[in-house]
Design a protein around this ligand. Structure first.
Ligand SMILES: NC(=O)c1ccc[n+]([C@@H]2O[C@H](COP(=O)([O-])OP(=O)(O)OC[C@H]3O[C@@H](n4cnc5c(N)ncnc54)[C@H](OP(=O)(O)O)[C@@H]3O)[C@@H](O)[C@H]2O)c1
Length: 238
C-alpha cells in the first residue's frame, strides 16, 4: 500500500470542530496524519473526530478553552499521550467581533485578544519544548488579511491579527535554528460560520478547503525551506 505523505505524524489543530479548522484537520487526516482537535462544543468535536476516523485516520478530541493555561497544558499532555509527540501545530481557533473600538468594552477586548493572540502564545509554548527536543516541527498560525490591513469597525480584530503577525515573525526567527518552521496564513473572507457572518457572495469567497490546501502546501514543503507567510485571496472579488 502507498505510504501517505504524513504517515507517522501527529497534528494538533485548535478549533477543529467546524469551519477552517475542521477542513484543515480533515486534510491532514487524509494525508495520513493522526489528528487531535479541541474546542468547547463536545458534539461538534465528536462528529469531526468520527469523520476523520472514517477517513482511516487516528483522531483524538479534547474539550479545551485555548485561553486557559491549565486547559491548554492538559490538551497537549492528553494529545501526546493518545497519539504521540506533536509534529504539526495549527493555531486556528479564533473569534471575530466588529464595530468601532470606542464602542466596545474592556471585556470585548480581552475576549478577542485572548482568543486570537494569547492562545497562540499559550499553545505554542506548551508544544515547542518537545519539538525542540526532536529538532523538527511545523507551526502554522491562521491570521487574516485583517492582520495586514485596516478597515472601519476592525479595531479589536485587526489588533489581534496584527499582533499575531508580529508574534509569528518573531517565533520563526527564534525557532528556525531548532529545525522548527513557523508559518502564518492570511486568508481573505472565508465562507464559514465565523462571527455569525456570511460573505456577501459565497460563490466569490474563499472556502475552508482553500485554507486547508495552503496548510498542505506548507507541511509538505521540502525540508530545508519554508513558506513563512501566505496571503490567500479569492480569484474573483465579491
Ligand atoms: N472566516 C473568515 O472569513 C476568516 C478569514 C480570515 C481568517 N479567519 C481566521 O480563521 C480562524 C478560524 O475561523 P473560522 O472561519 O473557521 O471560524 P468558526 O467557523 O467560527 O470556527 C472557529 C473555531 O474555533 C473554535 N474556538 C473559538 N474560540 C475558542 C476558544 N476560546 N477555545 C477553543 N476553541 C475555540 C470554535 O469552536 P468552539 O466555538 O466550539 O469552541 C471553532 O472550532 C480564526 O482564527 C479566524 O480569525 C477567518
Amino acid at each position: 500500500m502507498e505510504k501517505k505523505e504524513l504517515s507517522g505524524s501527529v497534528a494538533l489543530v485548535t478549533g477543529g470542530s467546524r469551519g477552517i479548522g475542521r477542513a484543515v484537520a480533515h486534510r491532514l487526516a487524509t494525508l495520513g496524519a493522526s489528528v487531535a482537535i479541541c474546542g468547547r462544543d463536545r458534539q461538534a468535536l465528536e462528529d469531526s473526530a468520527a469523520d476523520m476516523e472514517k477517513l482511516g485516520a487516528r483522531a483524538f478530541f479534547h474539550l479545551a478553552e485555548v485561553t486557559n493555561v491549565g486547559q491548554v497544558s492538559e490538551l497537549v499532555a492528553k494529545t501526546e499521550a493518545a497519539l504521540g509527540p506533536i509534529r504539526i501545530l495549527v493555531n486556528n481557533a479564533g473569534i471575530g467581533l466588529f464595530g468601532p473600538a470606542h464602542e466596545k468594552t474592556e471585556a470585548d477586548w480581552d475576549r478577542v485578544l485572548n482568543t486570537n493572540l494569547k492562545s497562540v502564545f499559550l499553545v505554542s509554548k506548551a508544544v515547542v519544548p518537545s519539538m525542540i527536543r526532536r529538532g523538527a516541527g511545523d507551526i502554522i498560525n491562521i491570521s487574516s488579511l485583517a492582520g495586514k490591513n485596516t478597515f472601519a469597525g476592525g479595531g479589536i480584530y485587526c489588533a489581534s491579527k496584527w499582533g499575531l503577525m508580529g508574534l509569528s515573525g518573531c517565533m520563526f526567527e527564534d525557532l528556525r535554528e531548532y529545525g522548527i518552521r513557523v508559518s502564518v496564513i492570511c486568508p481573505g473572507s472565508v465562507a464559514t460560520e465565523f462571527s455569525g457572518s456570511r460573505p456577501k457572495d459565497p460563490s466569490k469567497a474563499l472556502h475552508a478547503e482553500d485554507v486547508a490546501h495552503a496548510v498542505e502546501a506548507i507541511v509538505t514543503q521540502r525540508p530545508g525551506s519554508f513558506l513563512s507567510e501566505m496571503h490567500l485571496r479569492p480569484l474573483r472579488k465579491a
